[in-house]
Design a protein around this ligand. Structure first.
Ligand code: FES
Length: 561
């Protein structure tokens, strides 16, 4: 039996008065008993002018509201923090955990029997989900949906893999100022999230796989009728879930996270999802290590031909049947007993769904993959004792086993200042440190640009190593999330000229410097300053964990039920 609007009364020391005064203010908002006797579904949205990717969200919000009403519920709308990837300084990641705290507290503090959360841009979905998992009330995520691809002189292009490709051409002198200016108007032509398999698309897919979004909800384009139907269906389903008491704690298991990791590998998904999945597993108290996640992801071939690993876009995946078709094809690699948002098992939810379609599409059969496996791998070694990640499917095959001398940058500003002057050649390993969770909040700076002189000479990729992240839309042989970060880890000991060895097949990342020499360097090391400057940043820097644990904040005694 749901508590409805009378759940979680405001504390005035008189329960009767608390109920009475609540009804006074609900009456002021136009609600009568016909409304207030219904189960309440909170609808948390992230509409903001600072998040252009969510510009279609007002229509989606109305669709969710309609669905809740149709199923006999009372939808009550509330805002959550909205994190627009390209309009936040220094990086949206600094605010993901703050969003999760806000969402958890709002779900716990406000009367609601269930909740639907509307997110989309990269950190909004993991932040909202982390809060919802901690609050553990029946919850569904509804993503904004991807943009539709743009057109540049007859070629389909999209944000932001092609933003990066075109910017690299501009840096190499291949596109002039007028051309790059004109390109900026076609790379993101509609509302919605980046339409390549970047972080937003990856998290949309994984949300569905985890059972926190309704089947078919990940890929419908933002401006489409399909997207609005997903909204209405989710609203209706949220009312049912509230009645069933189907909480994240009853859905999320180790099996569902391993399914998500396998899917992450199969879609050539964003490395950022590794951090978010580990954080979500921590919130759900599911035992999942970076090594587990990396092995599950590496064990499956990449079968979705979307950029940056492949060529297509999210609307192509939607046309091919979306996530249900993908999971149907991927079924031999999945635990089909995992739960879904429908209450059925994954296996039951896939009955009657065709896998890879008979016509050419971005969804390939397992027998004809885009990349045969090891598309996303976790690496360990003397340079990353607690792990690092690499999206090998978006890297250069010739660099997956490589040894080269380090060229070290301390922080993203150092790259900006010196990248075009450094003494590097195509074999150098560009090391960017000072971008870890404690020191910098993990900005997406890990994809260090190729020095202009080398780019002009035709070098398109080099091995790069960082304790930061990179955008899911980016590509190249970029080792990320090195843990421990430079502040405390061996990454802080690297000097120009040290040899670094990457061996993806052996899952190794090593610094080829003798232990004694590293000890001497450690004794001379200056302390690295944590990210500060505001109350939240100071607080977070003191309690944030490493990337290998999801970069979540660690608070003793949290997770009270
Ligand atoms: Fe919002 Fe890419 S910038 S999803």
């Amino acid at each position: 039996m749901s508590a409805g609007i009378h759940g979680g009364l405001t504390s005035y020391g008189d329960t009767g008065f608390s109920r009475f005064v609540r009804s006074v203010f609900l009456a002021a908002a136009g609600y009568d008993a016909c409304d207030t006797e219904r189960p309440v579904v909170g609808v948390g949205h992230s509409i903001s002018d600072y998040t252009p990717c969510h510009r279609e969200m007002p229509g989606l919000l109305e669709a969710v509201r309609r669905g809740v009403l149709e199923a006999g519920g009372l939808p009550l709308v509330f805002p959550t923090l909205s994190l627009g990837e390209t309009l936040l300084n220094p990086t949206s990641m600094v605010l993901r955990n703050l969003l999760s705290l806000e969402v958890e507290e709002l779900i716990r503090a406000q009367p609601m029997d269930g909740v639907v959360l509307l997110g989309g841009c990269d950190k909004t979905v993991p932040g909202q989900l982390m809060g919802a998992v901690s609050a553990d009330r029946p919850a569904l995520e509804v993503v904004a949906g991807p943009m539709i691809a743009g057109n540049w002189r007859g070629e389909r292009v999209g944000a932001c893999t092609d933003c990066r490709r075109m910017w690299a051409r501009h840096r190499a002198g291949d596109m002039d100022d007028d051309e790059i200016g004109a390109a900026s108007e076609v790379l993101a032509p509609t509302g919605g999230t980046c339409m390549v398999m970047g972080t937003a698309s990856t998290m949309a897919v994984l949300t569905e796989v985890l059972g926190l979004g309704v089947p078919g909800s990940a890929t419908a384009p933002a401006p489409s009728g399909d997207r609005l139907r997903v909204g209405a269906q989710s609203g209706r389903r949220a009312v049912e879930m509230a009645a069933e008491g189907l909480r994240p704690g009853r859905i999320l298991t180790r099996a569902s996270f391993l399914n998500a990791a396998a899917t992450l590998g199969a879609i050539g998904g964003s490395t950022n999802a590794v951090v978010h999945l580990l954080a979500l597993a921590g919130r759900a108290r599911v035992d999942l290590s970076l090594r587990d996640l990396g092995e599950a992801a590496a064990a499956v071939p990449v079968i979705v031909d979307c950029r940056p690993s492949g060529a297509g876009f999210l609307d192509d995946l939607h046309d091919a049947g979306g996530v249900p078709a993908l999971l149907s094809e991927l079924a031999p690699h999945l635990d089909l007993t995992a739960a879904t948002a429908l209450g059925a098992t994954l296996g039951e939810s896939l009955e009657g769904i065709d896998g890879s379609p008979p016509w050419p599409s971005v969804l390939r059969p397992l027998g004809n993959p885009l990349f045969g496996g090891d598309g996303l791998v976790a690496l360990f070694g003397s340079l990353a004792p607690d792990g690092a990640v690499l999206k090998a499917s978006a890297a250069s095959a010739g660099l997956l086993r490589h040894r080269g001398p380090a060229v070290v940058f301390d922080g993203a500003a150092d790259v900006q200042d010196r990248i075009d002057e450094v003494d590097a050649d195509a074999d150098s390993v560009l090391v960017l440190r000072g971008c870890g969770p404690v020191e910098a909040g993990m900005p997406e700076a890990g994809s260090v640009p190729i020095p202009r002189r080398l780019a002009a000479a035709g070098v398109t990729d080099m091995v790069r190593v960082s304790d930061g992240r990179m955008s899911g839309t980016a590509f190249g042989t970029v080792v990320l999330h090195v843990a421990p970060e430079a502040a405390g880890g061996p990454l802080g000991l690297v000097r120009d000229g040290d040899l670094i060895e990457l061996d993806v097949h052996a899952r190794r990342l090593d610094l080829l410097v003798e232990a004694g020499e590293l000890e001497r360097r450690r004794a001379q090391l200056l302390e690295r300053a944590p990210l500060g400057g505001t109350r939240w940043r100071n607080l977070q820097a003191r309690i944030i964990g490493q990337a290998s644990q999801g970069a979540d904040i660690e608070v003793k005694g949290a997770d009270a039920k």
